[in-house]
Design a protein around this ligand. Structure first.
Ligand code: GLN
Length: 530
Protein backbone atom coordinates (compact mmCIF):
# COMPACT_ATOMS: atom_id res chain seq x y z
CA UNK A 1 0.00 0.00 0.00
CA UNK A 2 1.22 3.46 -0.92
CA UNK A 3 0.14 6.68 0.79
CA UNK A 4 -0.12 10.24 -0.46
CA UNK A 5 -0.49 12.96 2.16
CA UNK A 6 -2.00 16.28 1.07
CA UNK A 7 -1.47 19.33 3.26
CA UNK A 8 -2.17 23.00 2.66
CA UNK A 9 -0.23 26.14 3.39
CA UNK A 10 -0.47 29.96 3.37
CA UNK A 11 -4.27 30.30 3.36
CA UNK A 12 -7.36 28.09 3.53
CA UNK A 13 -9.78 27.52 0.63
CA UNK A 14 -7.03 26.63 -1.84
CA UNK A 15 -8.93 23.63 -3.16
CA UNK A 16 -6.87 20.96 -1.40
CA UNK A 17 -9.83 18.61 -1.64
CA UNK A 18 -10.08 19.14 -5.38
CA UNK A 19 -6.35 18.65 -5.74
CA UNK A 20 -6.47 15.41 -3.76
CA UNK A 21 -9.49 14.24 -5.76
CA UNK A 22 -7.79 15.11 -9.06
CA UNK A 23 -4.64 13.19 -8.13
CA UNK A 24 -7.00 10.29 -7.45
CA UNK A 25 -8.53 10.73 -10.92
CA UNK A 26 -5.10 10.59 -12.57
CA UNK A 27 -4.14 7.43 -10.69
CA UNK A 28 -7.47 5.79 -11.41
CA UNK A 29 -7.21 6.66 -15.10
CA UNK A 30 -3.74 5.05 -14.98
CA UNK A 31 -5.35 1.79 -13.87
CA UNK A 32 -4.80 1.99 -10.10
CA UNK A 33 -7.34 1.68 -7.30
CA UNK A 34 -7.48 4.61 -4.94
CA UNK A 35 -8.85 5.12 -1.44
CA UNK A 36 -9.28 8.43 0.37
CA UNK A 37 -9.26 9.74 3.89
CA UNK A 38 -9.89 13.22 5.20
CA UNK A 39 -8.88 14.37 8.68
CA UNK A 40 -10.10 17.60 10.21
CA UNK A 41 -8.42 18.99 13.31
CA UNK A 42 -11.58 20.47 14.90
CA UNK A 43 -13.06 19.05 18.10
CA UNK A 44 -16.53 18.24 16.77
CA UNK A 45 -16.88 14.48 16.51
CA UNK A 46 -18.20 14.96 12.97
CA UNK A 47 -19.51 17.97 11.00
CA UNK A 48 -23.13 16.80 11.43
CA UNK A 49 -23.82 19.36 14.14
CA UNK A 50 -22.05 22.25 12.40
CA UNK A 51 -23.90 25.05 10.62
CA UNK A 52 -23.71 25.00 6.82
CA UNK A 53 -23.13 28.77 7.07
CA UNK A 54 -19.79 28.05 8.74
CA UNK A 55 -18.72 24.73 7.41
CA UNK A 56 -20.54 24.32 4.12
CA UNK A 57 -22.52 21.24 3.27
CA UNK A 58 -22.50 18.07 5.36
CA UNK A 59 -21.78 15.28 2.91
CA UNK A 60 -23.44 11.93 3.65
CA UNK A 61 -22.08 8.50 2.71
CA UNK A 62 -23.99 5.29 2.02
CA UNK A 63 -23.24 3.98 5.52
CA UNK A 64 -24.68 7.13 7.08
CA UNK A 65 -21.39 8.86 7.95
CA UNK A 66 -21.80 12.66 8.08
CA UNK A 67 -18.62 14.03 6.60
CA UNK A 68 -16.77 17.01 5.20
CA UNK A 69 -17.73 18.20 1.73
CA UNK A 70 -14.31 17.22 0.35
CA UNK A 71 -15.51 13.61 0.43
CA UNK A 72 -18.03 14.73 -2.17
CA UNK A 73 -15.15 15.73 -4.44
CA UNK A 74 -13.51 12.35 -3.93
CA UNK A 75 -16.71 10.54 -4.92
CA UNK A 76 -17.40 12.81 -7.90
CA UNK A 77 -13.84 12.47 -9.22
CA UNK A 78 -13.24 8.75 -8.61
CA UNK A 79 -14.90 5.43 -7.89
CA UNK A 80 -13.32 5.12 -4.44
CA UNK A 81 -15.52 3.40 -1.87
CA UNK A 82 -15.91 5.74 1.08
CA UNK A 83 -17.14 4.68 4.52
CA UNK A 84 -17.21 5.90 8.11
CA UNK A 85 -13.49 5.11 8.23
CA UNK A 86 -12.79 7.58 5.42
CA UNK A 87 -13.00 10.62 7.64
CA UNK A 88 -11.88 11.59 11.08
CA UNK A 89 -11.62 14.58 13.38
CA UNK A 90 -9.66 15.45 16.49
CA UNK A 91 -12.97 15.18 18.34
CA UNK A 92 -13.43 11.60 17.17
CA UNK A 93 -9.87 10.68 18.07
CA UNK A 94 -10.06 12.24 21.53
CA UNK A 95 -13.45 10.62 22.10
CA UNK A 96 -11.91 7.18 21.46
CA UNK A 97 -8.90 7.88 23.65
CA UNK A 98 -10.90 9.30 26.54
CA UNK A 99 -13.31 6.38 26.48
CA UNK A 100 -10.34 4.02 26.60
CA UNK A 101 -8.83 5.99 29.46
CA UNK A 102 -12.05 5.79 31.49
CA UNK A 103 -12.18 2.06 30.87
CA UNK A 104 -8.72 1.81 32.40
CA UNK A 105 -7.19 0.46 29.20
CA UNK A 106 -4.01 2.52 29.51
CA UNK A 107 -2.99 0.53 32.59
CA UNK A 108 -1.78 3.42 34.69
CA UNK A 109 0.05 5.33 31.96
CA UNK A 110 -0.11 9.11 31.62
CA UNK A 111 -2.20 9.63 28.46
CA UNK A 112 -0.48 12.17 26.19
CA UNK A 113 -0.66 13.74 22.73
CA UNK A 114 2.55 11.94 21.87
CA UNK A 115 2.39 8.95 21.72
CA UNK A 116 -1.29 8.23 22.43
CA UNK A 117 -2.99 10.73 20.14
CA UNK A 118 -0.41 10.32 17.37
CA UNK A 119 -0.64 6.51 17.64
CA UNK A 120 -4.41 6.67 17.28
CA UNK A 121 -4.05 8.94 14.23
CA UNK A 122 -1.49 6.59 12.66
CA UNK A 123 -3.86 3.68 13.17
CA UNK A 124 -6.53 5.61 11.32
CA UNK A 125 -4.14 6.50 8.47
CA UNK A 126 -3.58 2.81 7.78
CA UNK A 127 -6.23 2.03 5.30
CA UNK A 128 -9.15 -0.30 5.65
CA UNK A 129 -9.69 -0.64 1.89
CA UNK A 130 -7.25 -3.47 1.34
CA UNK A 131 -7.96 -3.58 -2.41
CA UNK A 132 -6.65 -0.07 -2.98
CA UNK A 133 -3.18 0.51 -4.42
CA UNK A 134 -2.87 4.05 -3.14
CA UNK A 135 -4.55 5.85 -0.24
CA UNK A 136 -4.76 9.63 -0.48
CA UNK A 137 -4.96 11.33 2.92
CA UNK A 138 -5.92 14.98 3.13
CA UNK A 139 -5.44 17.08 6.25
CA UNK A 140 -7.92 19.91 6.75
CA UNK A 141 -6.76 23.35 7.85
CA UNK A 142 -3.44 25.06 7.16
CA UNK A 143 0.06 24.00 8.19
CA UNK A 144 0.96 26.12 11.20
CA UNK A 145 -2.46 25.82 12.85
CA UNK A 146 -1.87 24.65 16.40
CA UNK A 147 -4.65 22.06 16.31
CA UNK A 148 -3.22 20.37 13.21
CA UNK A 149 0.16 19.65 14.81
CA UNK A 150 -0.56 16.11 16.12
CA UNK A 151 -1.64 15.08 12.61
CA UNK A 152 1.57 16.39 11.03
CA UNK A 153 3.65 14.64 13.68
CA UNK A 154 1.69 11.44 13.04
CA UNK A 155 2.39 11.81 9.29
CA UNK A 156 6.13 12.15 9.93
CA UNK A 157 6.16 9.07 12.16
CA UNK A 158 4.02 7.11 9.70
CA UNK A 159 6.36 7.92 6.79
CA UNK A 160 9.38 6.91 8.87
CA UNK A 161 7.72 3.64 9.74
CA UNK A 162 6.59 2.55 6.29
CA UNK A 163 9.43 4.10 4.30
CA UNK A 164 9.99 7.06 2.02
CA UNK A 165 9.18 5.23 -1.20
CA UNK A 166 5.80 4.24 0.17
CA UNK A 167 4.74 7.76 1.13
CA UNK A 168 4.54 10.93 -0.91
CA UNK A 169 3.87 14.40 0.46
CA UNK A 170 1.95 16.98 -1.55
CA UNK A 171 1.83 20.51 -0.16
CA UNK A 172 -0.66 22.95 -1.71
CA UNK A 173 0.34 26.61 -1.48
CA UNK A 174 -0.82 29.97 -2.75
CA UNK A 175 1.40 32.14 -4.93
CA UNK A 176 -0.22 35.56 -4.53
CA UNK A 177 -0.04 38.01 -7.43
CA UNK A 178 0.93 41.49 -6.29
CA UNK A 179 -0.46 43.97 -8.77
CA UNK A 180 1.74 46.95 -7.85
CA UNK A 181 4.85 44.85 -8.45
CA UNK A 182 3.23 42.93 -11.34
CA UNK A 183 4.71 39.75 -9.90
CA UNK A 184 3.66 36.49 -8.33
CA UNK A 185 5.30 36.08 -4.97
CA UNK A 186 6.94 32.94 -3.61
CA UNK A 187 7.76 34.05 -0.07
CA UNK A 188 4.54 32.81 1.63
CA UNK A 189 5.07 29.40 -0.02
CA UNK A 190 8.68 29.32 1.13
CA UNK A 191 7.66 30.13 4.69
CA UNK A 192 4.95 27.52 4.70
CA UNK A 193 7.36 24.86 3.44
CA UNK A 194 9.91 25.99 6.05
CA UNK A 195 7.30 25.18 8.72
CA UNK A 196 6.82 21.71 7.26
CA UNK A 197 10.55 21.08 7.00
CA UNK A 198 10.87 22.08 10.65
CA UNK A 199 8.38 19.35 11.47
CA UNK A 200 10.41 16.80 9.57
CA UNK A 201 8.16 16.62 6.51
CA UNK A 202 9.79 17.04 3.10
CA UNK A 203 7.25 17.77 0.37
CA UNK A 204 7.76 15.81 -2.85
CA UNK A 205 5.26 17.89 -4.81
CA UNK A 206 4.61 21.58 -4.29
CA UNK A 207 1.21 22.31 -5.78
CA UNK A 208 1.26 26.02 -6.64
CA UNK A 209 -2.16 27.66 -6.75
CA UNK A 210 -1.77 30.74 -8.90
CA UNK A 211 -3.89 33.04 -11.03
CA UNK A 212 -0.97 33.72 -13.43
CA UNK A 213 1.32 31.27 -15.16
CA UNK A 214 4.64 30.62 -13.42
CA UNK A 215 7.85 31.47 -15.27
CA UNK A 216 10.73 28.97 -15.32
CA UNK A 217 12.55 31.34 -13.03
CA UNK A 218 9.80 31.10 -10.43
CA UNK A 219 9.78 27.33 -10.70
CA UNK A 220 13.55 27.20 -10.19
CA UNK A 221 13.36 29.54 -7.23
CA UNK A 222 10.60 27.53 -5.54
CA UNK A 223 12.50 24.32 -6.18
CA UNK A 224 15.69 25.65 -4.61
CA UNK A 225 14.19 27.36 -1.57
CA UNK A 226 11.49 24.80 -0.86
CA UNK A 227 13.76 21.80 -1.28
CA UNK A 228 11.52 20.21 -3.94
CA UNK A 229 12.91 18.79 -7.21
CA UNK A 230 12.03 21.09 -10.13
CA UNK A 231 9.59 18.55 -11.67
CA UNK A 232 7.77 18.49 -8.38
CA UNK A 233 6.97 22.20 -8.58
CA UNK A 234 3.55 21.97 -10.17
CA UNK A 235 1.45 24.81 -11.51
CA UNK A 236 -2.23 24.68 -10.55
CA UNK A 237 -3.84 27.63 -12.27
CA UNK A 238 -7.27 29.06 -11.49
CA UNK A 239 -9.70 27.42 -13.90
CA UNK A 240 -13.23 28.09 -15.13
CA UNK A 241 -14.48 24.62 -14.26
CA UNK A 242 -13.23 22.39 -11.45
CA UNK A 243 -13.39 19.50 -13.91
CA UNK A 244 -10.36 20.95 -15.70
CA UNK A 245 -8.10 20.21 -12.73
CA UNK A 246 -7.33 16.56 -13.59
CA UNK A 247 -6.31 17.38 -17.17
CA UNK A 248 -4.26 20.35 -15.95
CA UNK A 249 -2.37 18.19 -13.45
CA UNK A 250 -1.96 15.55 -16.16
CA UNK A 251 -0.27 18.13 -18.39
CA UNK A 252 2.07 18.93 -15.52
CA UNK A 253 2.98 15.23 -15.35
CA UNK A 254 1.79 14.70 -11.77
CA UNK A 255 0.89 11.04 -12.38
CA UNK A 256 4.42 10.32 -13.68
CA UNK A 257 5.97 11.89 -10.59
CA UNK A 258 3.75 9.82 -8.30
CA UNK A 259 4.26 6.51 -10.12
CA UNK A 260 8.02 7.00 -10.35
CA UNK A 261 8.25 7.91 -6.69
CA UNK A 262 6.42 4.72 -5.75
CA UNK A 263 8.53 2.66 -8.15
CA UNK A 264 5.44 1.70 -10.14
CA UNK A 265 5.64 1.21 -13.90
CA UNK A 266 4.41 4.21 -15.84
CA UNK A 267 1.06 3.49 -17.41
CA UNK A 268 -1.04 5.09 -20.07
CA UNK A 269 -3.34 7.58 -18.35
CA UNK A 270 -6.65 7.59 -20.23
CA UNK A 271 -8.52 10.76 -19.31
CA UNK A 272 -11.08 10.50 -22.13
CA UNK A 273 -14.18 10.54 -19.84
CA UNK A 274 -12.89 13.84 -18.48
CA UNK A 275 -11.98 15.37 -21.82
CA UNK A 276 -15.49 14.46 -23.07
CA UNK A 277 -17.02 16.29 -20.12
CA UNK A 278 -14.81 19.31 -20.79
CA UNK A 279 -15.81 19.36 -24.45
CA UNK A 280 -19.47 19.50 -23.45
CA UNK A 281 -18.81 22.21 -20.88
CA UNK A 282 -16.95 24.30 -23.46
CA UNK A 283 -19.53 24.03 -26.24
CA UNK A 284 -22.99 24.35 -24.70
CA UNK A 285 -26.03 24.66 -26.99
CA UNK A 286 -27.60 27.34 -24.81
CA UNK A 287 -28.01 28.24 -21.17
CA UNK A 288 -30.73 27.08 -18.79
CA UNK A 289 -31.63 29.17 -15.71
CA UNK A 290 -32.64 27.33 -12.55
CA UNK A 291 -33.75 29.02 -9.34
CA UNK A 292 -32.38 27.57 -6.11
CA UNK A 293 -34.69 28.71 -3.32
CA UNK A 294 -33.25 27.91 0.09
CA UNK A 295 -32.02 29.00 3.46
CA UNK A 296 -28.25 29.00 3.04
CA UNK A 297 -28.02 30.37 -0.50
CA UNK A 298 -25.52 33.13 0.27
CA UNK A 299 -22.96 30.58 1.42
CA UNK A 300 -21.50 29.13 -1.74
CA UNK A 301 -20.53 25.77 -0.23
CA UNK A 302 -23.71 25.12 1.73
CA UNK A 303 -25.38 23.37 -1.22
CA UNK A 304 -22.16 22.20 -2.89
CA UNK A 305 -23.43 18.83 -4.11
CA UNK A 306 -26.73 20.32 -5.31
CA UNK A 307 -24.81 22.86 -7.41
CA UNK A 308 -22.58 20.12 -8.81
CA UNK A 309 -25.48 17.76 -9.56
CA UNK A 310 -27.34 20.58 -11.36
CA UNK A 311 -24.20 21.27 -13.38
CA UNK A 312 -23.96 17.56 -14.26
CA UNK A 313 -27.61 17.59 -15.34
CA UNK A 314 -26.90 20.54 -17.62
CA UNK A 315 -23.76 18.87 -19.04
CA UNK A 316 -25.79 15.71 -19.82
CA UNK A 317 -28.22 17.88 -21.79
CA UNK A 318 -25.45 19.82 -23.54
CA UNK A 319 -26.48 23.07 -21.87
CA UNK A 320 -24.73 25.70 -19.78
CA UNK A 321 -26.28 26.37 -16.40
CA UNK A 322 -27.05 29.57 -14.53
CA UNK A 323 -28.22 29.07 -10.96
CA UNK A 324 -30.26 31.98 -9.61
CA UNK A 325 -29.88 31.80 -5.84
CA UNK A 326 -32.94 33.08 -3.99
CA UNK A 327 -33.01 33.40 -0.24
CA UNK A 328 -36.17 31.90 1.29
CA UNK A 329 -36.67 35.00 3.44
CA UNK A 330 -36.47 37.23 0.38
CA UNK A 331 -39.07 35.08 -1.36
CA UNK A 332 -41.41 35.78 1.60
CA UNK A 333 -41.37 39.50 0.86
CA UNK A 334 -40.91 39.98 -2.84
CA UNK A 335 -43.02 39.43 -5.90
CA UNK A 336 -42.41 35.76 -6.61
CA UNK A 337 -43.23 36.06 -10.30
CA UNK A 338 -40.58 38.78 -10.65
CA UNK A 339 -38.00 36.72 -8.73
CA UNK A 340 -38.52 33.63 -10.86
CA UNK A 341 -39.01 35.47 -14.14
CA UNK A 342 -35.89 34.29 -15.94
CA UNK A 343 -35.97 30.74 -14.56
CA UNK A 344 -37.28 27.65 -16.27
CA UNK A 345 -37.19 25.43 -13.18
CA UNK A 346 -37.05 25.66 -9.40
CA UNK A 347 -35.19 23.50 -6.93
CA UNK A 348 -35.78 23.65 -3.19
CA UNK A 349 -32.93 21.83 -1.42
CA UNK A 350 -32.54 20.47 2.11
CA UNK A 351 -32.52 22.60 5.24
CA UNK A 352 -33.37 22.84 8.91
CA UNK A 353 -35.42 25.30 10.96
CA UNK A 354 -38.22 27.62 9.92
CA UNK A 355 -36.31 30.57 8.51
CA UNK A 356 -37.56 31.43 5.01
CA UNK A 357 -39.98 28.48 4.92
CA UNK A 358 -43.01 30.55 3.86
CA UNK A 359 -40.96 32.01 0.96
CA UNK A 360 -40.05 28.54 -0.25
CA UNK A 361 -43.72 27.57 -0.01
CA UNK A 362 -44.65 30.57 -2.17
CA UNK A 363 -42.11 29.52 -4.78
CA UNK A 364 -43.49 25.97 -4.78
CA UNK A 365 -47.06 27.21 -5.17
CA UNK A 366 -45.95 29.37 -8.07
CA UNK A 367 -44.26 26.52 -9.97
CA UNK A 368 -47.13 24.15 -9.28
CA UNK A 369 -49.66 26.62 -10.63
CA UNK A 370 -47.51 27.92 -13.48
CA UNK A 371 -46.47 24.40 -14.44
CA UNK A 372 -42.73 25.01 -14.19
CA UNK A 373 -40.47 22.01 -13.47
CA UNK A 374 -39.79 21.50 -9.76
CA UNK A 375 -37.38 19.32 -7.82
CA UNK A 376 -37.77 19.23 -4.04
CA UNK A 377 -35.03 17.59 -2.04
CA UNK A 378 -35.64 16.45 1.55
CA UNK A 379 -36.94 19.68 3.10
CA UNK A 380 -38.01 20.63 -0.46
CA UNK A 381 -40.17 17.52 -0.67
CA UNK A 382 -41.63 18.11 2.79
CA UNK A 383 -42.56 21.67 1.76
CA UNK A 384 -44.13 20.46 -1.47
CA UNK A 385 -46.37 18.19 0.65
CA UNK A 386 -47.28 21.08 2.95
CA UNK A 387 -48.05 23.38 0.03
CA UNK A 388 -50.22 20.73 -1.61
CA UNK A 389 -52.06 20.00 1.66
CA UNK A 390 -52.75 23.69 2.24
CA UNK A 391 -53.69 24.87 -1.22
CA UNK A 392 -55.00 21.80 -3.03
CA UNK A 393 -56.37 19.59 -0.24
CA UNK A 394 -57.54 22.75 1.61
CA UNK A 395 -56.00 21.70 4.92
CA UNK A 396 -55.21 25.38 5.37
CA UNK A 397 -53.06 25.20 8.49
CA UNK A 398 -51.09 22.12 7.41
CA UNK A 399 -47.47 22.20 8.49
CA UNK A 400 -44.50 20.18 9.67
CA UNK A 401 -44.18 19.81 13.41
CA UNK A 402 -40.62 21.04 12.90
CA UNK A 403 -42.09 24.52 12.27
CA UNK A 404 -45.32 24.39 14.25
CA UNK A 405 -45.68 21.78 16.96
CA UNK A 406 -49.36 22.52 17.45
CA UNK A 407 -50.47 22.47 13.82
CA UNK A 408 -53.91 20.85 13.40
CA UNK A 409 -52.60 19.07 10.29
CA UNK A 410 -49.10 17.69 10.88
CA UNK A 411 -48.58 16.36 7.36
CA UNK A 412 -44.86 16.11 8.15
CA UNK A 413 -43.98 14.85 11.63
CA UNK A 414 -41.61 12.77 13.73
CA UNK A 415 -41.80 9.02 14.06
CA UNK A 416 -41.80 7.73 17.64
CA UNK A 417 -38.17 6.66 17.41
CA UNK A 418 -37.15 10.26 16.62
CA UNK A 419 -39.31 11.65 19.43
CA UNK A 420 -37.19 9.68 21.87
CA UNK A 421 -33.92 11.11 20.53
CA UNK A 422 -32.03 13.32 22.99
CA UNK A 423 -28.57 13.88 21.44
CA UNK A 424 -28.43 15.87 18.21
CA UNK A 425 -25.24 14.34 16.79
CA UNK A 426 -25.51 11.33 14.49
CA UNK A 427 -29.14 10.59 15.35
CA UNK A 428 -31.06 11.52 12.20
CA UNK A 429 -32.27 8.97 9.67
CA UNK A 430 -28.91 8.65 7.94
CA UNK A 431 -27.45 6.83 4.97
CA UNK A 432 -28.72 4.71 2.12
CA UNK A 433 -32.24 3.26 2.09
CA UNK A 434 -34.03 1.30 -0.60
CA UNK A 435 -37.09 2.78 -2.24
CA UNK A 436 -39.62 1.09 -4.50
CA UNK A 437 -40.56 3.21 -7.50
CA UNK A 438 -44.10 3.29 -8.84
CA UNK A 439 -44.30 2.61 -12.60
CA UNK A 440 -45.53 5.31 -15.00
CA UNK A 441 -44.21 8.17 -12.90
CA UNK A 442 -41.60 10.86 -13.54
CA UNK A 443 -39.47 9.08 -10.94
CA UNK A 444 -39.66 5.80 -12.84
CA UNK A 445 -39.10 7.50 -16.15
CA UNK A 446 -35.88 9.03 -14.72
CA UNK A 447 -34.41 5.95 -13.01
CA UNK A 448 -35.87 3.19 -15.23
CA UNK A 449 -35.63 0.95 -12.17
CA UNK A 450 -38.07 -0.52 -9.71
CA UNK A 451 -35.70 -0.29 -6.74
CA UNK A 452 -33.42 2.65 -6.09
CA UNK A 453 -31.04 3.52 -3.27
CA UNK A 454 -30.46 7.07 -2.08
CA UNK A 455 -28.85 8.65 0.98
CA UNK A 456 -30.89 10.22 3.75
CA UNK A 457 -30.29 12.89 6.37
CA UNK A 458 -33.44 14.07 8.13
CA UNK A 459 -35.59 13.60 11.23
CA UNK A 460 -39.08 14.37 9.95
CA UNK A 461 -41.18 12.17 7.66
CA UNK A 462 -44.30 12.29 5.55
CA UNK A 463 -47.11 11.54 8.05
CA UNK A 464 -48.85 8.36 6.85
CA UNK A 465 -52.14 9.48 8.45
CA UNK A 466 -52.49 12.00 5.59
CA UNK A 467 -51.62 9.61 2.81
CA UNK A 468 -55.19 8.87 1.71
CA UNK A 469 -56.54 12.39 1.82
CA UNK A 470 -53.60 13.83 -0.09
CA UNK A 471 -53.76 11.04 -2.66
CA UNK A 472 -57.51 11.55 -3.05
CA UNK A 473 -56.67 15.16 -3.95
CA UNK A 474 -54.22 14.10 -6.64
CA UNK A 475 -50.85 13.75 -4.92
CA UNK A 476 -48.93 10.79 -6.33
CA UNK A 477 -46.74 8.79 -3.97
CA UNK A 478 -44.16 7.58 -6.42
CA UNK A 479 -41.60 6.11 -4.04
CA UNK A 480 -41.99 4.11 -0.82
CA UNK A 481 -39.70 2.34 1.61
CA UNK A 482 -40.64 -1.24 2.52
CA UNK A 483 -41.74 0.03 5.94
CA UNK A 484 -44.37 2.13 4.19
CA UNK A 485 -42.50 5.42 4.67
CA UNK A 486 -43.06 7.83 1.80
CA UNK A 487 -39.82 8.43 -0.10
CA UNK A 488 -41.04 10.45 -3.09
CA UNK A 489 -44.08 12.38 -4.24
CA UNK A 490 -45.06 13.98 -7.52
CA UNK A 491 -47.86 15.57 -9.51
CA UNK A 492 -48.72 13.50 -12.53
CA UNK A 493 -50.72 16.19 -14.30
CA UNK A 494 -47.77 18.56 -14.09
CA UNK A 495 -44.97 18.67 -16.72
CA UNK A 496 -42.39 17.72 -14.05
CA UNK A 497 -42.91 18.07 -10.31
CA UNK A 498 -40.96 15.66 -8.08
CA UNK A 499 -40.13 15.70 -4.38
CA UNK A 500 -37.74 13.18 -2.88
CA UNK A 501 -37.06 12.61 0.81
CA UNK A 502 -33.46 11.53 0.21
CA UNK A 503 -30.49 13.49 -1.18
CA UNK A 504 -29.85 12.30 -4.75
CA UNK A 505 -27.27 15.06 -5.23
CA UNK A 506 -24.71 12.96 -3.34
CA UNK A 507 -24.62 10.35 -6.07
CA UNK A 508 -24.15 12.46 -9.19
CA UNK A 509 -20.94 12.51 -11.22
CA UNK A 510 -19.88 14.87 -14.01
CA UNK A 511 -19.84 12.16 -16.70
CA UNK A 512 -22.75 10.27 -15.13
CA UNK A 513 -25.35 12.87 -14.18
CA UNK A 514 -27.85 11.68 -11.62
CA UNK A 515 -31.04 10.69 -13.48
CA UNK A 516 -33.30 12.99 -11.45
CA UNK A 517 -31.11 16.01 -12.09
CA UNK A 518 -30.71 15.09 -15.75
CA UNK A 519 -34.48 14.77 -16.21
CA UNK A 520 -35.27 17.87 -14.17
CA UNK A 521 -32.94 19.96 -16.35
CA UNK A 522 -34.34 18.32 -19.48
CA UNK A 523 -37.87 19.27 -18.42
CA UNK A 524 -36.73 22.84 -17.71
CA UNK A 525 -35.12 23.09 -21.15
CA UNK A 526 -38.28 21.73 -22.78
CA UNK A 527 -40.50 24.26 -21.00
CA UNK A 528 -38.38 27.09 -22.31
CA UNK A 529 -38.57 25.86 -25.86
CA UNK A 530 -42.38 25.60 -25.80
N1 GLN B 1 -35.45 19.57 8.46
C1 GLN B 1 -35.98 18.44 7.79
C2 GLN B 1 -35.85 17.16 8.63
O1 GLN B 1 -35.09 17.12 9.56
C3 GLN B 1 -35.30 18.26 6.44
C4 GLN B 1 -33.86 17.88 6.54
C5 GLN B 1 -33.12 18.03 5.24
O2 GLN B 1 -33.58 18.73 4.34
N2 GLN B 1 -31.95 17.43 5.11
O3 GLN B 1 -36.50 16.19 8.35
Amino acid sequence: MKYIFVTGGVVSSLGKGLTAASIGTLLECSGLRVAFKKFDPYLNVDPGTMSPFQHGEVYVLDDGAETDLDLGHYERFTHAKLTKLSSGSSGQIYETILRRERAGDYLGQTVQVIPHVTDEIRCRFATSDTDADVTIIELGGTVGDMEGMPFLEAMRQFALEIGKNNTLFVHVVLLPYVRTADEIKTKPAQQSVALLLGLGIYPDILMCRTERKMTNEIRAKLSLFCNVPIRGVVEELDVESIYEVPTMLHDEGVHHIVLEHFGMASKNCDLSPWTNVLQKIRAPKKCVHIALVGKYVEHKDAYKSVHEALAHGAIANGFALEVVRIDGEMAEQEDIRGLLQECSGVIVPGGFGNRGIEGMLRAIRYVREQRLPFLGICLGMQLAVIEFARNVATLRAANSTEFDETTPHPVISLLDEQRRVVDKGGTMRLGSYECRVLPHTHLHQAYSQEFIHERHRHRYEFNGAYRDILMANGLCISGTHESGLVEAIELLQHPWFVGIQAHPEFKSKPHMAHPLFREFIRAAIRIKQV
